[in-house]
Design a protein around this ligand. Structure first.
Ligand SMILES: Cc1cc2nc3c(=O)[nH]c(=O)nc-3n(C[C@H](O)[C@H](O)[C@H](O)COP(=O)(O)OP(=O)(O)OC[C@H]3O[C@@H](n4cnc5c(N)ncnc54)[C@H](O)[C@@H]3O)c2cc1C
Length: 373
């Protein structure tokens, strides 16, 4: 039996998939290094949800009680019309006021900081760096970093998100795997309550949606819009991205002008397309992809964090089961996760049209009459 303690693994990306993978690889005995392109774990981002199978995964982590004690709970979703009248609503409050056992919602930042604090003494973190080349041999995989240094590892895990660098280097260009879902979104978080706490509000016109989500004296402002074709823009030019949103929503009613003003002036801003990553295998040689890098389902699934954590747990369980025989373990990982990922991706495609960005007035009216989301 191979001793995992003698083996070194490299995780690329220190976000939900990366920290979860680092957590489990460290627990089962690997010596873990995490390389992150940013200068610290990436904060910002709307609240995230762990649901279904993901609850089984996080309930096995030592940080479970800490995560639970920081959970949020949306009590009401309200659908608004142009003059701010509630035209439909969904109550998520249970009769006895107890929080559901099969879902944990938590601030993205809170999850990242809890997991990072748990790991920082046991795992080596390298910030401001990234992988630029990988060379595999019979015994190991040699990693060349952007700073020029080189190091050999037993395994490399690409947990570096939807625009994964590891996927590009090892599996091929993003365009081979990325499926555009004909929509874009932006997220801005303001440190004030724009609506009642524990409430979500949605305002739609055909092809456009604005969502507010209020918790812990903060409000997420989310703009989504349909776009048949991809829009060319510079990933690093945030001002250009803010203008894309502003142009899309400029002539809308409800509270749009106030919300656009908040979005334009906020420090934080996250913009991306709705898209999915579909790959026939998430592993090749000594490299495995976890989370959005391998199987992004898009925010329309509301399952990005759940898939990341389930992926990390499934991968670690397989490596432990096969005592570090990565070839067998990677086969197991691909097989065990496939059906779940495909189901979630299919749900996201339906969700985007039926719940998030309905394309006609009639579809919006039907969505507003729903009693479940
Ligand atoms: C700052 C931020 C805010 C987000 N906000 C939201 C949100 O509000 N709503 C939503 O639905 N989703 C959001 N997401 C995406 C969401 O976190 C993921 O969809 C999902 O949770 C899966 O997580 P992940 O770890 O696979 O990917 P991500 O969370 O995207 O994390 C990828 C990590 O890899 C790092 N990275 C990227 N390229 C490289 C590289 N070449 N080398 C090393 N590291 C690299 C990134 O900096 C990041 O830390 C956000 C992501 C980030 C990074």
């Amino acid at each position: 039996m191979e001793l995992l303690q003698d083996k070194k693994v490299l995780v690329s990306g220190a976000s939900i998939a990366g920290l979860s993978t680092a957590y489990w690889m460290n627990k089962i005995g690997y010596k873990v290094t995490v390389v992150e392109i940013a200068n610290a774990p990436r904060t910002n981002g709307a609240a995230i949800d762990f649901r279904g199978k993901a609850i089984d995964s996080i309930s096995r982590m030592s940080v479970f009680e800490q995560l639970k004690s920081n959970r949020l709970n949306v009590e009401m979703i309200e659908f608004k019309n142009a003059v701010d009248v509630t035209v439909g609503s969904i109550s998520l409050k249970s009769e006895n006021n107890e929080l559901p056992n099969d879902e944990i919602e938590i601030e993205r930042d809170k999850f990242i900081s809890i997991l990072f604090d748990e790991l920082k003494d046991d795992v080596e973190f390298i910030f401001n760096n990234s992988i630029i080349a990988l060379t595999e041999s019979k015994d190991d995989i040699k990693v060349t970093f952007k700073t020029g240094s080189q190091e050999a590892f037993d395994l490399v895990f690409g947990c570096d998100g939807i625009h994964s660098g590891v996927r590009k280097i090892w599996f091929g260009n993003e365009s081979e795997y990325s499926h555009f879902l004909e929509a874009y979104f932006s997220i801005t978080i303001v440190n004030k309550l724009l609506i009642k706490e524990k409430t979500m509000q949605m305002f739609n016109v055909p092809d456009k949606a604005i969502t507010l989500n209020a918790y812990n004296n903060k409000t997420d402002i989310i703009f989504c819009f349909f776009s048949e074709n991809e829009i060319p823009y510079d990933y690093r030019d945030v001002e250009q991205q803010r203008k894309i949103i502003s142009r899309q929503f400029d002539d809308q009613s409800w509270r749009t002008q106030e919300l656009l003003h908040e979005m334009m002036n906020a420090q934080n801003f996250y913009f991306d397309k709705f898209c999915q990553i579909k790959m026939s295998s998430w592993t090749k040689g000594r490299v495995a992809l976890v989370g959005d890098a391998g199987y992004c389902a898009s925010p329309a699934a509301g399952m990005g964090a759940s898939l990341s954590i389930c992926g990390a747990t499934t991968l670690a369980d397989a490596l432990q089961k096969y005592s570090g025989n990565f070839e067998l373990a990677f086969q197991d990982y691909n097989k065990k996760l496939r059906t779940f990922i495909e189901e979630v991706q299919a749900t996201a495609e339906t969700n985007i049209r039926e719940n998030f960005i309905p394309r006609t007035e009639e579809a919006i009216r039907m969505r507003n009459e729903q009693k479940e989301f």
